[in-house]
Design a binder for this molecule. Sequence first.
Ligand code: SAH
Ligand code: SF4
Ligand code: F3S
Length: 467
Amino acid sequence: MNKKFHIVTTGCQMNVLDSELAAALLISRGYTKAESQKEAEVILFNTCSVREHAEEKIYSALGRLKHWKSHHPDGVIGVFGCMAQKDRWVIFRRAPHVDVVVGPGQLDRLPDLVEAASMGEGPQMAVSIDRFRKRESAGAVRESFRQYDPIRLSETRPRLFQAMVRIMFGCDRFCSYCIVPSVRGPEQSRPADEIVREIRTLADQGCVEVTLLGQSVNLYKSQEGGKTVALADLLERIDGIGGIRRVRFVSNYPTGMTDALLQAVRDLPTAVPYLHVPAQHGADSVLKRMNRHYTAAQYRELTARIYETIPGAAITSDFIVGFCGETEEEFQETVRLVRDTRFKNSFIFKYSERSGTKSAELFDDDVPDEVKRRRNNELLAVQDAISAEAHRALVGRTVEILVDGRGKKDGQLSGRTPTDRIVVFDGPDSLIGTFQTMEIVDSTPFTLFGQIKSSGDAGSDDGKRGG
Ligand code: SAH
Ligand code: SF4
Ligand code: F3S
């Protein structure tokens, strides 16, 4: 098959990685990447179900393609990712011109199904077994969520020198608001040697920075020769792979932050001192309704331990505002947590009820939307003030960045510090993909502005090793 394809990606980094892998699968079967959606004969949507808004946007985009399909009877429209697993037949019902539906656990079947649809074999679907269906064995369910064929083609990555690597599938935390455990299936860690092999391949392709992905990545656990391999051990193994300069991992579940892991981050030259540890809320009553297994005090202890163990560490978090029954007092506890913890950044979401989750079943989505919006803005303002202050304190300091692309203005480049802060500066495109030592000369809440001091490995002041 030599058709041109285009993939539209929404959702989290897992989906960004899946789109890369899907592209690699299609290319290995003779397909080519279209320059744009306009030129594509196969249009694929990699979808997210975490909030309603994300799904509605996909259905609108699908609706707009009805006309395209009537003019391109040989064209193929496919939906893969989390919404494909969650909505399945609903997609064919709401958008009958869709040809292919593939769940995230069945990604490797995408090329076959696209091919069958192009041959006029009618609607095609491959989804994992519903994990709540009692009749199925746990093993069969697990298996159906881990179809995986990680062909790493450098041409499918936006940047040759950066890559994401999945180390875990699925999630078993069952936070009451969250759809992920049902659409991504049971939690499973990939074998360590398989991960190390994949990262070696990436390093051979010129990759210097890897981001390890898992829904609770710090709970990674695999067995090897009768021994348990934890994330700290895996980081050590990756640290020994030639060419890899930076390793980070997302997302962390607050109760799994062991001392061994924090020490590994402190001691391993490649592990960057940047930790995304979503708190979700600052009130114990709400954390309980959310089925998060820690208290606000325990979360505070954890962040204190992180700052103590890893000097200069940056912590980021996710928060949900307007969760079922959230009172103003409860919300203010989140505000206090953000004020006290001094996160590098917080990603704030308005609660969105998802059918099939515990919170949809047990609680009313009773916080009015304008209250959610107000709380969202209030929390954002608190966080922005903290970010602005932290950035101002970095002016005059030296940081090491990996230059990862162009800035917004002509002649500008952009890079990231070890603690994931964005630095914008003037420089030639030839520096993209290199490490540079920068002096910070100005800042906004979201961006640092720098000047090149020297090329290479000199020390810096942002986070450990100065960096
Ligand atoms: N496994 C990751 C993140 C998964 S989804 C983790 O636990 O960190 C990313 C973020 O979306 C979550 O951290 C949460 O803040 C938010 N989220 C999940 N379900 C949501 C919902 N129903 N409404 C609003 N935000 C939600
Ligand atoms: Fe969702 Fe919680 Fe799992 Fe994260 S840990 S994916 S928020 S259930
Ligand atoms: Fe969305 Fe699926 Fe990620 S629901 S947030 S794309 S795991």
